[in-house]
Design a protein around this ligand. Structure first.
Ligand SMILES: NC(=O)c1ccc[n+]([C@@H]2O[C@H](COP(=O)([O-])OP(=O)(O)OC[C@H]3O[C@@H](n4cnc5c(N)ncnc54)[C@H](O)[C@@H]3O)[C@@H](O)[C@H]2O)c1
Length: 497
């Protein structure tokens, strides 16, 4: 049926015009029933957990129109200014206490802590019916990503991962070119980031006195206790396996998003990783990961097929080889990384967040605009797209751009890269059963040898290397990385069926 102004659906209207403008069609909160159904003019009561860094940017992007009712951080020194700038919000150290005391008056939670605590903070909020905006990478493990995906369906809350590029022009245009068949069928993708720009490849530092303004026990949260050192937090937790996910976890949610969405990826079937010296605690300086995805069914309107595809990731200064025809002298790095989609007809190149897509042939495609854009995506639009979704009823909500139905499986791709690198000592291509969340070819008795630290000294002009190691059961090591054991006092809601 041809759409005219009478029969155009609210969904298609939003998809064509952008989300925020469509708020006009939303019924006022008084007409709707149940929690979370609101008029756009109604303000959300938002709590933010982890406010010292990116959380403050997210907060600033919503506070103009919404109520910030509670702020939580474990480091009141680093976060001092943010607390001071928001005197109307109740201040907390422990998000569990905040949920206990203010659960009833909070509508939505923004989570911008270190990666290892994203899932436990978000999942418990979702189980209370709260909408959540969670920074990238969505979670620290595969299991946690699967859980957040399923909790989204169970509790019907509005969700958004903080990969703001997903709302912007670059990712959407890249997806349109792919799906319009501009480069044919894609069997190989290469991607990279110039990160880390924080220290990696380090030995575990000695313990230090904990500053009075930091609650180290609360920072550790669900993971295992270790002595404090100022090398861990703020910011540098990225390079420590217990807290972060290395350069891949930090940047792949921005760089691989057009790959995951544009090529309709789901679970990989094979994974392999390699890196500079791999240590038990700290991520390596540079890594390479290859993931293989099986053939997928192309969407009805797509003009390309989706055969098996191999996605290779590089970081730490490594880049894919420049393909034949690459303009001499042109830097591959655009905004922190880049992607090469190798198609049967052409090669599509774009930067981080899908920015500045171009074809190696020089041809300039004019694909029809099919993907929804979000106004000022990188400057608060992504957050406000989520705010809009929070106020819509679950029955006819237009999900936010990086909602967990997509961000959950996408994040599984990202943390699979961490698994591949940390299991490289098995010296095999790992075979993955996505549904079951387990490796098919790690035997019960397989062992993996891990290097604990890298000690180098010069004695009488002679270099001496000392690399203590340990050998552990590979299946147990993998299982613990796929589904973490949480410390006492921290638990996740049950995995919905
Ligand atoms: N989307 C983006 O472009 C972007 C940019 C930067 C960071 N990030 C993401 O944002 C998150 C935070 O990164 P950052 O650079 O702001 O780090 P950061 O260390 O600068 O800030 C994190 C804040 O969270 C606090 N925190 C840690 N654990 C906590 C807990 N359990 N409860 C309450 N507060 C806690 C810390 O004290 C700190 O104030 C990460 O997931 C990161 O990947 C996203």
């Amino acid at each position: 049926m041809k759409e005219d102004s009478k029969n155009i659906t609210r969904r298609s209207f939003i998809e064509r015009t952008g989300a925020v403008a469509a708020g006009l069609t939303i019924l006022p909160g008084s007409v709707m029933s149940g929690f979370g159904h609101r008029a756009p003019s109604d303000k959300l009561n938002i709590a933010v957990v982890g406010i010292g860094g990116m959380g403050n940017s997210n907060l600033k992007n919503v506070k103009g129109s919404e109520n910030i009712v509670a702020l939580c951080d474990v480091d009141w020194g680093y976060s001092k200014k943010v607390f001071a700038d928001n005197p109307g919000a109740k201040a907390y150290w422990d998000w569990r206490k905040m949920y206990d005391e203010m659960g009833k008056s909070i509508d939505a939670v923004i989570v911008a802590t270190a990666d290892h605590s994203h899932a436990v903070v978000a999942a418990n909020a979702m189980a209370m019916g709260k909408h959540v905006y969670v920074q990238k990478p969505l979670t620290h493990s595969v299991y946690e990503s699967r859980l957040l995906t399923k909790l989204t369906a169970k509790h019907k809350v509005a969700t958004q991962m903080g990969n703001q590029g997903s709302s912007a022009e670059g990712v959407n245009l890249t997806i349109e070119w792919l799906q319009n068949g501009e480069i044919g069928d894609v069997t190989k993708v290469e991607a990279f980031t110039d990160r880390p720009i924080w220290p990696q490849g380090l030995n575990v530092p000695k313990g230090e006195w904990v500053p009075e303004t930091l609650d180290w026990n609360l920072f550790i949260g669900p993971t295992k206790m270790r002595p404090y050192n100022s090398l861990y937090t703020p910011w540098n937790w990225r390079g420590w396996w217990d807290f972060g996910t290395g350069a891949l976890g930090d940047m792949a949610c921005h760089i691989l998003h057009p790959v995951f969405k544009g090529l309709k990826l789901q679970y990989p079937i094979k994974a392999q990783g390699s890196s500079t010296l791999l240590l038990t605690d700290c991520a390596p300086n540079a890594q390479m990961v290859k993931l293989i995805y099986p053939a997928r069914v192309a969407p009805k309107n797509a003009k390309m097929k989706l055969p098996q595809v191999e996605v290779t990731w590089y970081d730490g200064g490594l880049e894919p080889p420049k393909p034949a025809g690459w303009p001499a002298g042109k830097n591959m790095n655009d905004a922190g990384g880049g992607v090469l989609f190798h198609g049967t007809k052409d090669t599509l190149v774009c930067g981080c967040y899908g920015v500045n897509p171009w074809l190696l042939s020089g041809r300039k495609p004019a694909a029809p605009q099919t993907e929804r854009r979000v106004d000022k995506a990188m400057m608060g639009g992504h957050e406000m797209d989520w705010v809009r979704a929070c106020k819509e009823s679950p029955e006819n909500r237009v999900e936010a751009k990086s909602n967990f139905y997509e961000a959950g499986p996408f994040n599984e791709m990202v943390v699979m890269g961490v698994l591949a690198v940390r299991l490289q000592g098995l010296n095999r291509e790992l075979e993955w059963d996505g549904e079951k969340m387990e490796f098919k070819n790690i035997g019960a008795d397989d062992k993996v040898r891990l290097t604990i630290s890298d000690n180098f000294t010069i004695v009488d002009g002679d270099p001496k290397f000392n690399r203590p190691n340990l050998t552990i059961n590979a299946r147990e090591f993998a299982s613990e990385m796929i589904k973490h054991t949480y410390r006492d006092g921290y638990s996740l809601p049950e995995m919905p069926a």
